[in-house]
Ligand binder design. Structure first.
Ligand code: KG4
Ligand code: ZN
Length: 362
């Protein structure tokens, strides 16, 4: 086939999104050698109302997906200038995520595949984040992928599509979750990441945090330190300085641990590429420090543009399309959602995903 049109459906948490990509299987990209493609459309609907509750309410999230999925799909078709019949493959994120939200996306995808007599590919949301920087950039394998979102902070070695090695994982709270909890502690709103990013802009990071002892990514100690500091404080609390210190500690921790781990991975030659994906990759301090570290450490950081940092249908279409074209992978209709999805890596090392995506509001 000269063209393969893939629709990607994303409903794992609080974004309802549909992206449509057109792949050209016979035309390979110069460096990565993956099939070339272009994005025909991407529609992302963020469920902003959760901010009223200080976190994602799973029941409300699934109901909103139910209301929005068909209109979002129709808008994506309209923007792409194609009809549903023009789609060749349906890719859907079936793991990990909130169960009710996953059910909406997967049921919609299955119904679509049945009605149109098309193939379906069910994919892992974290895997889609991990390779998403390849959507906008062309670079070679292997590379490192640091996934930092509301449910994950993990570092992978990506040896090829489907070949992954987990190097560092979430010990307790994920990076985005830590941002959300500290914003909640100070009653600043939800999601905490963008609020803290903005409020700490220009403020001095005056607070000293204790050292994190864990080998993996661990942020619960930082959270406990924040809670104690806020409770014991007498007088007006210097919120911007405190937030700047917290943000610096979390991001420095992510960068330092990743760089140390990467150095210890044997057999690595040439320039080391570290892609950063997931919601926390939007952080402005993160982007600034990463670019400063590049020369010093002989690495190159690649951040996706903002719309590919949030949960989006194009990254789902991208992963599903590659799996279909490269490996002929399709999923049977009876396959269920996997809220705490385990990734089975082809030719790589299988591993458990460290956490389910739930945001507990503790
Ligand atoms: O990848 P994502 O959209 O959803 C998940 O898969 O979890 O990530 C959402 C997370 C939230 O915890 C949010 O607070 C965080 O990403 N986030 C940020 C920023 N923007 C979003 N964290 C730090 N700085 C930001 N600018
Ligand atoms: Zn995500």
């Amino acid at each position: 086939m000269d063209k393969v049109r893939v629709v990607g459906i994303e409903t794992t948490c609080d974004e309802t999104s549909v992206g449509i990509l057109e792949f050209y299987p016979k035309k390979l990209r110069e460096i990565s050698k993956i099939p070339d493609f272009r994005e025909l459309s991407l529609v992302i609907l963020s469920q902003d109302f959760h901010s009223l509750y200080g976190g994602v309410v799973p029941e409300l999230a699934s109901r909103a997906h139910l209301r929005n999925i068909a209109p979002v799909f129709k808008e994506a078709l309209k923007k792409a200038g194609i009809s549903a019949q023009d789609i060749d493959v349906i890719s859907v994120a079936s793991e990990p995520g909130l169960p009710g939200s996953l059910i909406v996306g997967v049921s919609f995808a299955k119904a679509l595949a049945q009605a149109l007599s098309k193939k379906i590919v069910m994919v892992n949301h974290v895997e889609a984040h991990a390779i998403s920087p390849l959507i906008e950039n062309d670079f070679g394998f292997p590379f490192f992928s640091l996934i930092v979102s509301g449910g994950h902070s993990s570092l992978y070695l990506i040896e090829g599509i489907g070949k992954y090695r987990l190097l560092l994982k979430t010990q307790d709270d994920a990076a985005g979750e830590a941002f959300d909890k500290i914003a909640k502690l100070l009653r600043l709103g939800y999601p905490g990441g963008p609020i803290i990013d903005e409020m700490s802009n220009g403020a001095s990071p005056l607070f000293q945090f204790p050292k994190v002892e864990s080998e993996n990514f661990s942020f619960s100690g930082i959270k406990t330190f924040c809670v104690r500091t806020v409770k014991r404080w007498i007088g007006p609390f210097p919120i911007p300085e405190f937030l700047a210190s917290f943000q610096k500690k979390v991001i420095d921790e992510l960068i330092e641990k990743s760089l140390n781990k990467i150095k210890s991975v044997a057999g690595e030659k040439r320039e080391k590429i570290i892609v950063v994906a997931g919601g926390v990759a939007r952080n402005s301090y993160f982007r600034k420090v990463a670019s400063e570290k590049e020369k010093e450490e002989g690495v190159k950081f690649i951040f996706p543009s903002m719309r590919y940092c949030v949960d989006n249908g194009s990254m789902i279409a991208f992963l599903g399309g590659l799996k279909y074209i490269l490996f002929g992978e399709t999923s049977p209709f009876y396959r269920d959602i996997r809220p705490t999805g385990i990734l089975k890596a082809k030719g790589g090392i299988d591993h458990d995903y460290d956490t389910d995506k739930k945001r507990n509001n503790s």
